[in-house]
Design a protein around this ligand. Sequence first.
Ligand code: C5J
Length: 224
Amino acid sequence: MRVVPAQPAAFSFEPARTALVIIDMQRDFLEPGGFGAALGNDVSLLQAIVPAVELLLALAREHDMLVIHTRESHLADLSDCPAAKHEVGTAGLRIGDPGPMGRILVRGEPGNQIIPSLSPIAGEWVIDKPGKGMFYATGLGDRLIAQGIEYLIFAGVTTEVCVQTSMREANDRGYRCLLIEEATESYFPAFKQATLEMIIAQGGIVGHTATLAAMVAALSEEQA
Ligand code: C5J
């Protein structure tokens, strides 16, 4: 077992039963000229976490942990996008509309790809999810059970939307969850801070949070 000093208490995990989950690090959310920027968001906030996520990804690969990448995406005919979701936002900048990097949040479009420095490699799972949470309508739950995964370490964007929803779904399913503070971000810094606080409230009601340094130390040789 590895032990990470964390909030609200230490987080223990067994790398062989752990997956690193990287939520929605897709070009449209992170790159200048993408959908996120077109909505008026400052994407430099999200870009700032890329080195931290790269480091986590390298660590997970080094320790033979399962790596799961998610993308928020929809089928080209939008049959998996309910009206309540499709109606959100400004006309012309809605899901399926032509955006600066192809059709917005549609599978296969350039903007829907994971940023190059975090590109999945063979053996890593890529989960296309039509919702905010990674379990809804993805089949991921059965795959995780089959793989014997018990612990999930989270990174990605945005903290209060797809990261938090996925953590809550995982928590309800009995997974032990840890979010790495420097490896997640929001377009709204106050929302990130609030999410970190609500995850660990009431004794860790949704899971744990830890710093990247604590995670690096936990995976160092000395603890092995
Ligand atoms: C949205 C996300 N839509 N990855 N997605 O905010 O958090």
